[in-house]
Design a protein around this ligand. Structure first.
Ligand code: S3P
Length: 172
C-alpha cells in the first residue's frame, strides 16, 4: 500500500534533469500551494549561484547550506519543494524530508535525463564531463536512496504535465 499524503510539505527528489522544478511548479499551481525551489533558496541565502558556491567553497559547503535550507522548509507549511539532485542523498537531509515531508521520486533513465540536462550547462557536476557517464554513475549510487521516497513516479514521459497528473492521481 502506498503511503497517504496527509498535507506534509511535498518534496520532489531525483536526478538532475528529472524535471523537479518544472513538475514542482505546476504541481503547486494545481494544488493551490506555494512552490519553493531549494537551490534558489540556497542561492538567495549565499548571494551567489550554485555553480559559484561549488567553485569557491566546494561541494561539502554547498551541502551544509542545502541541509539548513531544507530543514527550514520542513516546518510543516503546506507547500511543494523541488530539491537539488544530491539533497536526498545527504543522511540528515533525507531524514528530515522523510520524517517531516512527503517525498516523491521523479524517476527517469540517464538516457532520458541527458537530453534534458544538455539544454543547460550551469550544473557543476556535469561541467567538462561526459553527462551520460556522470548520470549513469549517479543513478547507480543514488537510486537506492531515492527508492526510499514515499512515492515513485516515472518522469520519462514528456511533457511534464503527464507526470504532474500521475502525481495528483497518486495523492488522491
Ligand atoms: C546537484 C544537482 C543540482 C544542484 C547541484 C548539485 C546534484 O540540482 O543542486 O548542482 O548533486 O545532483 P538539480 O537536480 O536541480 O540540477
Amino acid at each position: 500500500e502506498p503511503p497517504i499524503w496527509t498535507g506534509q510539505p511535498i518534496v520532489l527528489v531525483g536526478l538532475m534533469g528529472a524535471g523537479k522544478s518544472t513538475v514542482g511548479r505546476r504541481l503547486a499551481t494545481r494544488l493551490g500551494l506555494p512552490f519553493v525551489d531549494a537551490d534558489s533558496e540556497i542561492e538567495i541565502a549565499a548571494g551567489m549561484a550554485v555553480s559559484e558556491i561549488f567553485e569557491r567553497f566546494g561541494e561539502a559547503h554547498f551541502r551544509d547550506g542545502e541541509r539548513r535550507v531544507i530543514a527550514r522548509l520542513m516546518d510543516g507549511e503546506r507547500r511543494v519543494i523541488a530539491t537539488g539532485g544530491g539533497a536526498f542523498v545527504d543522511p540528515q537531509t533525507r531524514a528530515a524530508i522523510l520524517s517531516n515531508g512527503f517525498a516523491i521520486w521523479l524517476d527517469a533513465k540517464p538516457a532520458v535525463l541527458v537530453e534534458r540536462v544538455s539544454r543547460r550547462d550551469t550544473r557543476p557536476l556535469l561541467r567538462n564531463r561526459d553527462p551520460l557517464a556522470v548520470l549513469e554513475e549517479l543513478a547507480r549510487v543514488r537510486n537506492p536512496f531515492y527508492a526510499t521516497a514515499h512515492l515513485r513516479v516515472s518522469s520519462h514521459r514528456a511533457p511534464h504535465d503527464a507526470t504532474v497528473n500521475a502525481i495528483l492521481k497518486a495523492l488522491g
